[in-house]
Design a protein around this ligand. Structure first.
Ligand code: FMN
Length: 198
């Protein structure tokens, strides 16, 4: 079967993408609201796109009202954010933090997600997250009529929990990944491939 995507509604393309471009990593992004508390939300239209400069892409839709999501509003204004890589055990909190709260209402406070200050960085990180990138806004591209906003973030530094910093072993990271709809996964078995000599 071939589907001509030009004939499909954006909701169907979203369904197809999110069920076939899998598993997707999740950026759990902390930003500062204008009333100085912290916003937290997950994004799976997310990946690393460049090592020099060290850039991530995150693609952010609009709220149902058409307004920018709080994460986008805050990053555009304050130019800083912290991108955490959640673990399997964070799944329920990741879902909680995706709820659309009124602007200025903090997900870290509402769902009792503890933060800890970071030296020489304007924002805290989530205390329990084993991986946190301290990022600065780099570029923004508006896509399509709705619009969807693609932002590029420059990773300025990286926090790694001592349990994973030596080996960067995926088994100890246990990253949470998103599949389609409300389905998530974590790592199954992994294997190494040794290139054959030709
Ligand atoms: C695992 C997961 C991944 C998500 N990925 C995205 C995404 O890539 N882009 C997006 O616009 N919304 C995504 N969402 C929905 C946002 O998290 C949701 O709209 C949230 O309320 C945005 O919060 P904010 O307004 O505080 O920024 C995702 C939700 C979940 C649960």
């Amino acid at each position: 079967m071939i589907k001509n995507l030009q004939d499909e509604k954006s909701s169907e393309i979203y369904r197809l993408f999110t069920h076939t471009i899998i598993p997707r990593p999740i950026a759990w992004i902390l930003t500062e609201n204008q009333n100085k508390n912290y916003n937290l939300a997950p994004f799976s239209y997310f990946n690393a796109v460049s090592s020099s400069p060290p850039l991530f892409s995150v693609s952010i839709g609009r709220k149902q009202s058409g307004e920018p999501k709080d994460t986008l509003f805050n990053i555009t204004n304050s130019k800083h954010c912290v991108v955490h890589i959640p673990s399997k055990e964070d799944a329920a909190l990741v879902m909680d933090s995706s709820k659309s709260l009124e602007y200025g209402c903090s997900e870290t406070e509402s769902f009792s997600i503890e933060t800890t200050p970071v030296q020489d960085w304007p924002l805290p990180r989530l205390k329990k997250a084993p991986i946190a990138y301290y990022c600065q806004f780099y570029q923004k591209i508006e896509l399509g009529p709705i619009p969807q906003t693609l932002i590029l973030l420059e990773a300025k530094s990286l926090y790694l929990d001592s349990k994973i910093e030596e080996t960067l072993d995926p088994e100890s990271i246990q990253p949470l990944a998103r599949l389609g709809g409300k389905t998530f996964s974590s790592l199954g078995s992994s294997f190494d491939i040794h290139p054959s000599r030709s």
